[in-house]
Write a protein that binds this ligand. Structure first.
Ligand SMILES: C/C=C/C(=O)SCCNC(=O)CCNC(=O)[C@H](O)C(C)(C)COP(=O)(O)OP(=O)(O)OC[C@H]1O[C@@H](n2cnc3c(N)ncnc32)[C@H](O)[C@@H]1OP(=O)(O)O
Ligand SMILES: NC(=O)C1=CN([C@@H]2O[C@H](COP(=O)(O)OP(=O)(O)OC[C@H]3O[C@@H](n4cnc5c(N)ncnc54)[C@H](OP(=O)(O)O)[C@@H]3O)[C@@H](O)[C@H]2O)C=CC1
Length: 447
């Protein structure tokens, strides 16, 4: 039995759940990996010069054993997330440390501690097998998977599953991720595939859409409300393209920051009106590596006031980190919120704390999304309220180039990867719903 036979079953309209259950599984499959014996390959290089094309491999790997509460999924498509860029440049840590630590927790978790790491935290595909105790999902189900892996044996995570002490991001802090022909997930990661989308469109939103939902909309994040002025950094990027949609759909007023006229145009096409091209306007928040320039924070704030009719920012959607954080804290209004989920440009932030405490502002740390938030975010995609922001699609062989594009900020929105799917555009089940949203679905394509 080979991956080709699985693909034939997926592509046949007559395949039943019983057919999928009866399909023998292959002994091995192709997967995108990084190698443990290469973690020092970029030692001494600047972050920018670490090239994912050199560290990312396409390997034939053995099929992992299926455990209780788990599912093996045939992956039709996946997407590149920035966490795969971090993995491939071994920053800020090598992810093999996460796999070793996980491996020490139980006999079953030992499977994850391997000399190769199969990466990827998104997928759209078809369930092949479920482990003991899985009743809600069956072979043949068309699914997407969110990337929250939790054990839930401690009460700490029982109200908010992100607070589980054994919380991990699948395909980053666990092995057997989505950039592969087959993936291993916990069955609670599975959600119905939005039926009006192709495989690659369905695989694009997962991680970033769920993260933006918690960070901006959920009460665990900023709890955005109608009329809020929301400053969105990287508004046409992975996270930002969903934050912009949530702001617009929720009656808020996004102030979109981007770095080119082309990206500004995408934000305008999404419906945003207040757009700042940080490149054209030449903001330089740091005079040198150690000194910020409050005059530049003020110039930025003045520009925001021009765009809002004199109002300041209720919520900052932060992720660039060191480069922007001082400005983000400054431009937030009295009582406003800075919500952060990352530090792409550096994790040691600096800001003037007087502007935080004297103006009663809050900084909220946010990370991915709990089970429920991920489900709600996927539901909005399925209902056609929020749309995938897929731009370019690569083959599995070219994943290194796809990750390079994201690392160098050469991409727009989300970059997709075809895993088992032989071509783009397959897997759409509801053409009528698709037709209603086709312009929005294609908004980021091939630009
Ligand atoms: C969904 C997608 C998301 C993204 O894309 S996010 C972006 C990508 N992700 C990242 O860049 C994050 C990568 N992760 C990390 O950098 C690290 O993962 C952390 C910095 C988050 C954590 O570092 P660590 O070394 O794993 O953990 P420690 O807590 O710093 O160190 C563990 C030791 O420190 C002790 N410790 C922890 N808290 C305390 C405390 N409050 N008081 C005293 N000790 C403490 C522990 O017990 C343990 O000790 P013992 O090493 O001896 O076992
Ligand atoms: N904690 C979590 O759960 C999650 C964290 N992340 C993290 O968030 C970060 C962003 O992810 P994602 O949105 O997918 O990545 P993308 O690269 O797709 O988008 C980020 C955007 O940020 C902007 N940007 C980058 N550097 C700077 C800078 N120095 N100053 C201002 N703007 C900048 C760029 O837009 P432009 O050039 O147009 O301004 C870029 O398009 C990554 O570090 C990632 O690891 C992502 C998802 C989940």
């Amino acid at each position: 039995m080979t991956v080709k036979d699985i693909l034939a079953a997926i592509q046949s309209p007559d395949s039943t759940s019983e057919d999928f259950a009866a399909l023998p599984l292959p002994e091995s499959y192709r997967a995108i990996t990084v190698h443990k014996d290469e973690t020092e390959m970029f030692a001494g290089l600047a972050t920018r010069d670490k090239d994912p094309r050199k560290s990312i491999h396409l390997d034939e790997v053995p099929l992992p054993e299926l455990g209780p509460g788990e599912a093996l999924v045939a992956v039709m498509a996946s997407s590149v997330n920035y966490n795969s860029v971090w993995t491939s440049i071994f920053e800020p840590l090598s992810t093999f440390g996460f796999l070793e630590r996980y491996g020490r927790t139980s006999e079953l978790a030992k499977r994850h501690d391997l000399p190769y790491h199969i990466i990827g935290s998104d997928l759209a595909g078809v369930v092949l097998r479920t482990g003991p105790g899985v009743n809600a999902w069956h072979p043949g189900d068309e699914v997407v998977a969110h990337c929250l892996s939790v054990e839930l044996e401690s009460s700490d995570g029982h109200n908010d599953t992100m607070l589980d002490p054994e919380q991990r991001i699948w395909g980053f802090e666990t092995n057997f991720g989505g950039l592969a022909e087959i993936a291993l997930v916990k069955s609670n990661q599975l959600m119905p595939k939005p039926d009006h989308l192709s495989w690659e469109e369905a695989a694009a939103p997962g991680l970033v859409n769920s993260t933006a939902y918690r960070q901006l909309v959920s009460r665990n994040g900023a709890g955005m409300k109608q009329g809020d002025n929301v400053l969105i950094w990287g508004a046409s990027g992975g996270l930002g393209s969903y934050a912009t949609q949530f702001a617009l759909a929720g009656g808020a007023n996004p102030i979109c920051v981007v770095s080119s006229p082309q990206k500004a145009e995408i934000c305008r096409a999404m419906g945003a009106e207040a757009i700042i091209d940080r490149n054209a306007e030449g903001y330089k928040f740091w005079k040198d590596e150690n000194t910020q320039d409050p005059k530049e924070w003020k110039r930025f704030g003045k520009r925001i006031r021009e765009l809002t009719g004199g109002e300041d920012i209720d919520i900052v959607f932060e992720h660039p980190g060191r480069e922007t954080f001082g400005a983000s804290v400054f431009v937030t209004r009295k009582g406003g919120t800075i919500t952060t989920c990352a530090s792409t440009s550096g994790y040691m932030h600096e800001y003037d704390n007087r502007y935080l405490w004297m103006s009663l502002k809050r900084i909220i740390g946010s990370h991915f999304a709990n089970y429920r938030e991920a489900w709600e975010a996927n539901r909005l995609i399925a209902k056609g309220k929020i749309h995938p922001t897929l731009s370019k699609v690569y083959s599995l062989e070219d994943t290194g180039q796809a990750a390079f594009d994201v690392h160098r900020n050469l991409h727009q929105g989300k970059v997709g990867v075809l895993c088992m799917a032989p071509e783009e555009g397959l897997g759409v089940r509801d053409q009528e719903k698709r037709a209603q949203h086709i312009d929005a679905i294609n908004r980021f394509r091939n630009i």
